[in-house]
Design a protein around this ligand. Structure first.
Ligand SMILES: NC(=O)C1=CN([C@@H]2O[C@H](COP(=O)(O)OP(=O)(O)OC[C@H]3O[C@@H](n4cnc5c(N)ncnc54)[C@H](OP(=O)(O)O)[C@@H]3O)[C@@H](O)[C@H]2O)C=CC1
Ligand SMILES: Cc1cn([C@H]2C[C@H](O)[C@@H](COP(=O)(O)OP(=O)(O)O[C@H]3O[C@@H](C)C(=O)[C@@H](O)[C@H]3O)O2)c(=O)[nH]c1=O
Length: 297
């Protein structure tokens, strides 16, 4: 049985991954840590807990994810997303074990008109995007066999995210105005957790030299393309909520941080390397809706 140390286990991805690991009890034993029990900016704490728990795999789900707040809290964003990530990567390097880390579609500036590949240049528009890109470099420099998955528009029935927010405010307000000129692909956290398990299985039992085969950045979201407006319409429809959803432009929804207008990612590298298929975002949204019980409320 493989011990999988998860940081940020109280976040939406950490929670989805923990549930996935508990559902595979013969294969994996989750060692869950959260902000309170293991602050990843505290290098001594990270090393002590890794030493005590002796994991076989480390997955860094901890992050500073408040995109607008990061514009005024750059120091905190970089402390967690760059230095904290490097602390976790250093522990994995010392223990010579697989390290999985997550990054974001917000490393791109949105100027592409075809899906971004891993070879495309990153040019973040926001402090959050810059801090995550710095984290990618820090992780790769610290633990050279690390696998970094860039994902985007993550949602689940757990914690605050676009899915839970829209489900709630559609009922409260009866009318929503949603940006239609930012295009990307939603990612169901359960699908991403399942993708992470594919990575663990591929890297299980490999020597450091063998792990190098997988090193680097991969793109992963659900399949398909939509705007936030399309996503909101689909949530409202599936939930059976009576609510008007109007499309608006980014300029009509003032936000502190700038977001890319286009952040669709090409997932071929992940699918080919880890021999997996990916579900379309509408199918995954339906699965999430069903598991959340929101549509029957
Ligand atoms: N959410 C999204 O739409 C997207 C997320 N990603 C990336 O996916 C990953 C997972 O994101 P997601 O699960 O949504 O994020 P969440 O914000 O839901 O979870 C992040 C977790 O990290 C914890 N955390 C924050 N600071 C620290 C710290 N110093 N030490 C330990 N834990 C800390 C948070 O705890 P607390 O809340 O108590 O501070 C929270 O539980 C991140 O790398 C994120 O950048 C990428 C693209 C899209
Ligand atoms: C609630 C609401 C949001 N929106 C828009 C704002 C924003 O552009 C978009 C999504 O809202 P959010 O607050 O979820 O946006 P945001 O925090 O930018 O989401 C991002 O989070 C980080 C962590 C990532 O890494 C990204 O991939 C992405 O998921 O919807 C509306 O237009 N109307 C509304 O009523």
């Amino acid at each position: 049985m493989r011990r999988v140390l998860v940081t940020g286990a109280d976040g939406q991805l950490g929670h989805a991954l923990a549930s996935m690991l508990y559902s595979l009890p013969k294969e994996f034993f989750p060692v869950l840590t959260d902000h309170a029990s293991m602050d990843i900016t505290d290098v001594k704490k990270v090393n002590d807990i890794c030493e005590q728990t002796d994991p076989d795999i480390i997955v860094n789900c901890a992050a500073y994810t408040a995109v607008d707040m990061a514009e005024v809290e750059a120091h905190q964003a970089f402390a967690v997303n760059e230095k904290g990530a490097a602390n976790v990567a250093m522990a994995a390097f010392r223990m010579k074990i697989p390290m999985l880390h997550f990054s974001t579609d917000y490393v791109f500036d949105g100027s592409n008109n075809i899906p971004y590949t891993e070879e495309d240049s990153a040019a973040p528009l926001s402090v959050y995007g810059h801090s995550k890109l710095a984290g990618e470099f820090a992780v790769m420099a610290t633990c050279p066999w690390a696998v970094i998955i860039r994902t985007g528009w993550l949602y689940s029935p757990f914690r605050s995210n676009f899915f839970t927010t829209i489900s709630r405010i559609a009922r409260e307000r009866g009318k929503l105005e949603i940006i239609c000129d930012q295009v990307g692909t939603p990612t169901y956290a359960k699908d991403l957790a399942s993708a992470a398990v594919h990575v663990f299985r591929s890297m299980d039992g490999l020597t450091c030299d063998e792990m190098y085969k997988y090193k680097g950045v991969y793109h992963y979201s659900n399949e398909g393309v939509c705007s936030w407006y399309d996503f909101a319409c689909a949530i409202v429809d599936l939930a059976g909520i009576t609510c008007v959803v109007d499309p608006i432009e980014t300029k009509d929804y003032p936000q502190t941080a700038q977001r890319p207008h286009f952040s669709v990612m090409n997932k071929s590298k992940f699918k080919n390397c880890f021999h997996t298929k990916i579900s379309h975002w509408q199918r995954s949204l339906a699965a999430c809706m069903e598991s959340s019980g929101i549509s029957s409320q």
